[in-house]
Design a protein around this ligand. Structure first.
Ligand SMILES: [Zn+2]
Length: 199
């Protein structure tokens, strides 16, 4: 006995999400079936809108409805510093801290020899282009995650950028090993930025 096609398709869709197996997907699909019509319509609209209305900023790679993003457009931000993160969510974490006023660059991942991800597979070429164009940049703060791949990426960036006479710093390790920036609380992040070390 197979499920009717509409629910079978929904189960398949949920199974494409990370960490969701068939059992959870089935539970979610039946839960959706029981939801209010309005909530389901809002949910479907959000799914479509996130793909249709959001883009990556052509300068920094952050998710945005308008290009360039509000942070890149903000004239009051300190243009001498770029803080480099793995994911857009990390910028949200940094902004919640209210202590960093420079610019950002999103790599959309990290260099990962084990997964075959090299420097050219992530948003590093755009960062280099940015540095060539904007000579006012004095410091790059590398805020990749405290994981093996995050470290590899930080080392690579330091080797690449330091010869250009730009300071490269790394967040202090109040962050526990393996820590993801976007799950780190504001106080810990603030200390990590304040105590950043020269690479
Ligand atoms: Zn931007």
């Amino acid at each position: 006995m197979q499920y009717p096609e509409p629910i079978a398709k929904l189960i398949d869709s949920y199974m494409k999400l990370p960490g969701i197996g068939e059992k959870t997907a089935t539970r979610l699909a039946f839960y959706t079936l029981g939801m209010d019509q309005k909530d389901v319509e809002d949910f479907a609209k959000s799914l479509l809108s996130v793909k249709k209305d959001l883009h990556y900023c052509s300068i920094c790679g952050f998710i945005t409805e308008d290009d360039p993003c509000p942070i890149c457009r903000d004239k009051s931000r300190d243009r001498s510093t770029i803080l480099v993160v793995e994911h857009s969510q990390d910028i949200m974490a940094m902004e919640r801290m209210h202590e960093y006023h420079g610019l950002y660059h999103v790599l959309h991942g990290s260099i990962s020899p084990s997964e075959g991800t090299g420097p050219m597979d992530i948003n590093i070429p755009a960062l280099l282009k940015r540095l060539q164009k904007n000579t006012e940049v004095k410091e790059i703060i590398v805020a990749t995650n405290a994981s093996l791949d995050g470290e590899t990426t930080a080392q690579y960036l330091a080797k690449l950028i330091k010869p250009a006479g730009i300071r490269v710093t790394r967040l202090a390790h109040g962050l526990s090993a393996g820590a993801n920036i976007d799950y780190t609380d504001e106080v810990t992040l603030f200390r990590a930025v304040q105590g950043r070390t020269e690479m």
